[in-house]
Design a protein around this ligand. Structure first.
Ligand SMILES: N[C@@H](CCC(=O)N[C@@H](CS)C(=O)NCC(=O)O)C(=O)O
Length: 239
């Protein structure tokens, strides 16, 4: 199997988590934004990652890929048999892929606009040194201004909603080991993947691992949530 991906995309991490849980081997094809997406369009009829290629099967969208993998390799099971429990898993997964994903993306963009170290770390490994230097040397300038505007004007309500939801998740995982039922499911993996945008996990590698969105990754109330995230990632085999 081949996974067409952007390394730091949370939706791609969700698929990598599913593949890891199921113990499936795959190779990664790093898509370059722009030109690489044209190729992806030719392959899959759309331009977003992740796309999984398995022989003649080409599957786009992280949820469609997860459902395909569940059929292809049913064990360990990530979707419960019982209809109500299965519905709960799919509802949480959809919330993670939509509202949580939008909140995490906004928070990361705001943080990267004001944090030169984070901005530089997010650049692809292949970024030439001079460009990397340019991106890092803008902290007091244009981007910082944009960052402050983003924080103070755009997304205030969304940012508050994200904080509230994260605190609710922290309470939930303080009380039970998994989000739905008593075993690991796609709901856990979808949430864990998005949380990776707020505090980069060990699997992001140097220099991103351990960095994150200030005010969130270091918020005392959210410590149980990020500990839970690390535990689930380790259980999935991506610790
Ligand atoms: N619903 C899709 C969302 C995928 C998605 O948003 N992919 C982003 C990367 S995180 C992308 O490919 N963006 C490039 C673009 O839209 O041109 C999924 O679950 O896979």
């Amino acid at each position: 199997m081949e996974l067409y991906q952007f390394r730091h995309s949370a939706f791609c991490e969700k698929v990598r988590l599913v593949l890891a849980v199921k113990g499936l081997d795959y190779t990664v094809v790093e898509v370059s934004p722009g030109l690489g997406q044209l190729e992806l369009f030719r392959l899959s009829g759309q331009r977003q990652v992740p796309v999984l290629v398995d022989g003649s099967e080409v599957i786009a969208d992280s949820t469609a890929i997860a459902l395909y993998l569940e059929r292809h390799q049913p064990e360990p099971q990530l979707l419960p048999e019982a209809p109500a429990e299965r519905a709960r898993v799919l509802l949480v997964e959809d919330w993670a892929d939509t509202a949580l994903a939008a909140g995490c993306r906004l928070a990361l963009v705001q943080a990267a606009a004001t944090d030169a170290q984070l901005r530089s770390a997010l650049l692809p490994d292949s970024t030439p040194g001079p460009l990397r230097q340019l991106v890092t040397s803008l902290p007091g300038g244009v981007l910082a201004g944009v960052g402050e505007a983003l924080v103070s004007v755009i997304g205030v309500a969304e940012r508050q909603q994200l904080q509230t939801n994260l605190e609710q998740l922290a309470v939930l995982v303080g009380d039970q080991p998994y989000l739905v039922g008593d075993r690991l499911s796609l709901a856990d993996l979808a949430v864990v993947a998005q949380l990776g945008l707020l505090k980069f996990p060990t699997s992001s590698g140097v220099p991103l691992a351990g960095l994150g969105v200030g005010g969130i990754f270091d918020h005392p109330l959210l410590e149980p949530l990020f500990s839970w995230r690390d535990r689930i990632a380790a259980e999935a085999g991506r610790g």
